[in-house]
Ligand binder design. Structure first.
Ligand code: 13P
Length: 249
């Protein structure tokens, strides 16, 4: 059985008191579920969030990290720093990191390695841009992101990998990939993993969908057989909406 996950990507939102408020609301509103539920406040609020959620089943995860263990990388955060405050999962390769901060597959491969070396869990994001989809290149783009950013990882490490397919054209736009488009791509991702590794590896990996998931569409998206949950942006900042999305899983 694959793990189901609903993770909130808070991006650069919520200051310290706002973070505490939202977490308080989430603790009372998130329904009991067998799925894993995650939130990702910004770096400066992670330590407080971990303390606040100490008795909760909601996991606090980071939105990014550097590949080096320490050193002269002004403004950056290492796996060791995250683990020292109780963070064991990191989101890597979000399309906003790729687009605005120049993160490419080669850099992400290094970050993936650093996280796995530290025994952290990775949520690796990838997905095509609108022009790729319009040009019919979406499968090719996704395959190349996986090959260049992830497929160097040894099979034994795949228990620590979660994938998040996020078509860039559906992020923050209100435009969601249709449940059929999501299913089609998720099935393709599994086929690609099966070809590079084997069926077992492909069947066991959790693949999340991200891009304008809302309470109104979560049920239908999550009902697709190869969609194992969601990475939620805007709706993760509204307690009732995130709770409703968790309920949908
Ligand atoms: P939205 O849910 O706001 O479209 O954002 C999706 C996303 O980028 C999650 O990582």
């Amino acid at each position: 059985m694959r793990k189901k996950i609903v993770a909130g990507n808070w991006k650069m939102n919520k200051n310290s008191s706002e973070t505490a408020d939202l977490l308080t609301q989430l603790m009372s509103k998130i329904p009991d579920t067998t799925a894993e539920v995650m939130v990702s406040p910004t770096f400066v609020n992670l330590a407080e969030a971990v303390k606040q959620l100490a008795d909760s089943s909601i996991e606090v995860v980071a939105q990014n990290m550097h590949f080096a263990e320490k050193g002269a990388y002004t403004g950056e955060i290492s796996s060791n720093m995250l683990q020292s405050i109780g963070i064991e999962t990191v989101i890597l390769g979000h399309s906003e990191r790729r687009a605005y901060f120049g993160e490419d597959d080669a850099l992400l491969a290094k970050k993936v390695d650093a996280a796995l070396k530290a025994n952290m869990r990775v949520i690796l994001c990838f997905g095509e841009e609108l022009q790729d989809r319009k040009g019919g290149d979406h499968f090719k783009v996704v395959e190349s992101q996986l090959k260049n950013g992830l497929f160097h990882v040894d099979k034994s490490q795949w228990g620590k990998i979660v994938l998040a397919y996020e078509p860039v054209w559906a992020i923050g736009t209100g435009e969601t990939a249709s449940p059929e488009q999501a299913q089609e791509m998720h099935a393709f991702i599994r086929e690609t993993i099966a070809a590079a590794y084997d069926q077992d590896t492909a069947q066991i990996v959790t693949i999340l969908y991200g891009g304008s998931v809302k309470p109104a569409n979560a049920n239908e998206i999550f009902s697709k057989p190869d969609v194992d949950g969601g990475l939620i942006g805007g709706a993760a900042l509204v307690a009732d909406d995130f709770a409703a999305i968790v309920a949908a899983i």
